[in-house]
Design a protein around this ligand. Structure first.
Ligand code: ADP
Length: 191
């Protein structure tokens, strides 16, 4: 069976983590979130976590080699999986190229990029709402939230063109109810 590897793409607050859970269950995929992996390093107070913490709390990206190394380890450790959902990765052109190279070495590749599209003011509302309860420091300040959205627009959004060039981009309306958005994602995968 061919593996299914999905890049679940979109700005901070687009709902990638929420939707990943439904897609994992439906398709039996492993969820790989670089944000979650980095927060685990911070929690464990590793040297990598200490380095990442400062950048994350400022709303800036952590260095490519850090996240690429983490993802490479997970891919190599899970050779039998049916496929992966990449959430929050890749975020730069260098990360996308490194991911392609690693997958090729493992005899697979990206199946599809599902790009959730959400208006900026809705993103800010969702993130500050989450910050009120989640304990994520980067969701508490409007300044940091807007900085993350700008980082996304400058460094990450251009990756849509990278995947479009490979014929893999599917744009998904990320406004509306969680269930409606899940249905749109599944339709894009199954179609
Ligand atoms: P969100 O999508 O809501 O911004 P994440 O949990 O995906 O939340 O990411 C939180 C922070 O972790 C980012 O703002 C960034 O500092 C860092 N980060 C996560 N993934 C990457 C990545 N692929 N490259 C660089 N930095 C990353």
């Amino acid at each position: 069976m061919k593996k299914m590897n999905i890049v679940l793409f979109g700005p901070p607050g687009a709902g990638k983590g929420t939707q990943s859970k439904f897609l994992m269950e439906r398709y039996g995929l492993e969820h790989l979130s670089t944000g979650d992996l980095l927060r685990a390093e911070i929690h464990a107070e590793t040297p990598l976590g200490l380095q990442a913490q400062e950048l994350m709390s400022a709303g800036e990206l952590v260095p490519d080699d850090v996240v690429v190394g983490m993802i490479r380890n997970r891919l190599q450790d899970n050779p039998k999986s049916k496929g992966f959902i990449f959430d929050g990765f890749p975020r730069t052109r260098a990360q996308a190229e490194a991911l392609d190279a690693t997958l090729v070495k493992l005899g697979s590749g990206i199946t599809v990029m599902l790009a959730l599209e959400v208006e900026e003011e809705e993103l800010v509302k969702r993130l500050l709402g989450r910050g009120a309860t989640s304990g994520r420091p980067d969701d508490k300040s409007e300044e940091v939230v807007r900085k993350r959205i700008r980082e996304y627009e400058n460094k990450t959004a251009p990756l849509k063109e990278y995947y479009e060039g490979q014929g893999k981009l599917r744009r998904i309306n990320g406004m509306g109810s969680i269930a409606d958005i899940t249905a749109r994602l599944m339709k894009a995968i199954d179609g």
